[in-house]
Design a protein around this ligand. Structure first.
Ligand SMILES: *Cc1c(COP(=O)(O)O)cnc(C)c1O
Length: 380
């Protein structure tokens, strides 16, 4: 066996032995909430397409028009020939929606976080971040060379303590959190963290991947913010973005490496995001539905009231989370088990993501199955 494979096979065996080996499963999405796996239909509670916009008629039509008009690919990076006219339309719409001076679209949310944190921060700077921020923010922080300190999840007083102790020894300081936490579904205390940033001469960066369109975040007056998000979840398309001041965007256009050195998004993805944003702005009732559905679920099970479209059910061990997911699959529900390193060790879980288009009956049936499961009773 070649040396490379020998090394990898051993690593694979290790991951498998602790139930951390993962592989993509062929999954065909059929409309907004149904998926097909191995020729069987499931109701999916694992898609981040919270409003079903990936299959919305207007969104798909706009993507098709862009495909015919501009072709399948962008043909170059944005700084060369890839900056097709749909980009400025989307960026203007995002800045308007977020009430910022400007916006910049990236290849994905991952690339946006990676590029922004790396470009804005550097050696001699300080990043103070929530313990549970997304992997791509951590990667960006590492690439930046800035010092990083982390506070316990949503713990404003620990964040304050870190800033009091360390802020003065560094040049620039960036406070990073998510608006809605991707694996926990809880909401960050943005107003308090914002005040803290103001007090300590720091900037605030927020990741709104799971909040965009569903939850509006208010920021303290006069606080410099970097508001990141994705086109790939509620907007049902693909890509990432950053909203902020004109200076921030001008700087990032030439300094964010994932933007400079990677091909622009396909025009159809940008067109879809423009249309989806329009749907969100014109159908406020639709945007309230995912939270409403999540609350039907938490109420049916006597769980703490949902604070977003995401509801975690912590089952602690990998084994229990996997067997719970298998039980639900057997009942026709696709709910993926989320395991370390995506979540901290000892907090393996089922993560339920609710869509505006989930049927009430399906939610009731799901809750019923869970209520009677041994793994649910064991952890209550
Ligand atoms: C999904 C996600 C991202 C990455 O966005 P993509 O567009 O999927 O690359 C970033 N941050 C958080 C919190 C996410 O959940």
């Amino acid at each position: 066996m070649p040396a490379l494979d020998a090394v990898l096979v051993e690593k694979i065996a290790t991951a498998e032995s602790i139930r951390r080996l993962r592989a993509p499963y062929i999954t065909e999405r059929e409309g907004e909430t149904y998926v097909l796996r191995d020729n069987k239909d499931y109701v999916s509670f694992s898609c981040n397409d919270y409003l079903g916009l990936s299959h919305h008629q207007l969104v798909v039509d706009r993507a098709m028009e862009a495909l015919w008009r501009y072709g399948a690919g962008a043909g170059g990076s944005r700084l060369i020939t890839g900056n097709h006219p749909l980009y400025s339309e989307l960026e203007a719409a995002l800045a308007d929606y977020k009430d910022t001076e400007a916006a910049l679209v990236f290849g994905s949310g991952y690339l946006a976080n990676l590029g922004v944190v790396q470009a804005v921060m550097g050696k001699g700077d300080l990043i103070v971040a929530d313990r549970l921020i997304h992997a791509c923010l951590l990667d960006g922080a590492q690439l930046s060379g800035a010092k990083m300190l982390r506070f316990a999840h949503n713990d404003v007083s620990e964040a304050a303590q870190l800033l009091e102790e360390h802020r003065s020894q560094y040049k620039n300081c960036l406070l990073i959190t998510e608006t809605v936490f991707s694996m926990d579904g809880d909401v960050a205390p943005i107003a308090q963290l914002g005040e803290l940033a103001l007090q300590h001469d720091a900037w605030l960066m927020t990741d709104d991947a799971h909040g965009l369109g569903l939850l509006k975040t208010k920021y303290p007056e006069g606080l410099p913010t970097i508001q990141m998000g994705t086109l790939s979840k509620t907007l049902g398309s693909y890509g990432g973005y950053v909203c902020g001041s004109k200076a921030l965007i001008t700087f990032l256009q030439s300094q964010a490496r994932p933007l400079v050195y990677s091909t622009a998004l396909p025009p159809a993805s940008v067109a879809a995001a423009i249309a989806a944003l329009r749907v969100i702005e014109t159908e406020p009732e639709l945007t309230m539905m995912p939270l409403k559905k999540a609350r039907q679920f938490t109420q049916a099970l006597g769980l703490p009231k949902a604070t977003s479209a995401i509801v975690p059910l912590i089952l602690e061990t990998e084994e229990r989370a996997l067997s719970a997911a298998a039980d639900l699959l057997a009942e026709g529900f696709l709910v993926l088990a989320i395991r370390p390193p995506t979540v901290p060790v000892g907090t393996a879980r089922l993560r339920f993501a609710f869509s505006a288009l989930h049927e009430d009956d399906d939610i009731a049936r799901l809750a019923n199955v869970i209520r009677n499961a041994s793994w649910f009773k064991e952890t209550r």
